[in-house]
Design a protein around this ligand. Sequence first.
Ligand code: ADP
Ligand code: MG
Length: 279
Amino acid sequence: MTQSIDSARLTLILNELRLPAIKQDWAAFAERADKESWPAARFLAMLAEHEVAERDRRRLARHLVEAQLLPGKTLDSFDFDAVPMISKAHVLALCAGDSWIGKGANLLLIGGPGGGKTHLASAIGLALVENGFRVLFTRTSDLVQRLQVARRELALEAAINRLDRFHLLILDDLAYVSKDQAETSVLFELISARYEHRSMLITANQPFGAWGKVFPDPAMTLAAVDRLVHHATIFEINVDSYRRRAALERKQKAVGRPQKHATIKDLDPLSLRDNQTPT
Ligand code: ADP
Ligand code: MG
């Protein structure tokens, strides 16, 4: 049956209609439909479903690329037992997005280095992308630099507006922004522009009390913090560095483990004697 149509022309039409998945796979579907005697309506429905599914897949792939999340930092690889002050159920609820994203509410992760803030931020970003939201993960200093360039080119407003397409902007490491007044004001402009409009997830090593170091002007600090926390969930992650703890655990495990190879010490009768010398 498929022989009786002009498949070159069909390809052109499907191109024009922007139906790339159908263009690519209609022949295989048609063959199956012929073999299994599908009713025409079923064949059409299958093609339409196929295009929609492929469209969703392509959109997700695009959103994952643009999000610039950190590889390997997922909720599955995040050990919630290491941060007892954070409820996994609460994080999972935030990952559904509905209750805060879109309302322009914020999420703040605050705590010392190595506590898992960056990991958790990227993992939440990933879950939100998978749930259909658009996210951008960026180091705060990188974004500030980009916005400064835009400002020099008198295009700050446009640059900030372009970030509107992201439902969530993840700013990693707020405290590392330089104290330079010019930088601070682009950050402040960004915070003001997104206030009650588009969400932000911010990680910071310093509690609010120390944000005066990020915003040298106290009035601006107050105004920025005020906007950020007005509609915000705040997680304080006060735990020992996960890296340090993991290293310690590895060391402790290694103590009890039998050696794989003989060491010089094992073979050196002198050192053996030394060790056995009662003190
Ligand atoms: P922070 O941003 O708070 O300084 P990171 O998120 O960079 O900390 O964490 C440091 C390292 O430890 C990263 O490799 C991260 O994946 C890992 N890590 C931290 N906390 C956890 C955790 N609870 N479960 C699994 N890995 C963790
Ligand atoms: Mg970090």
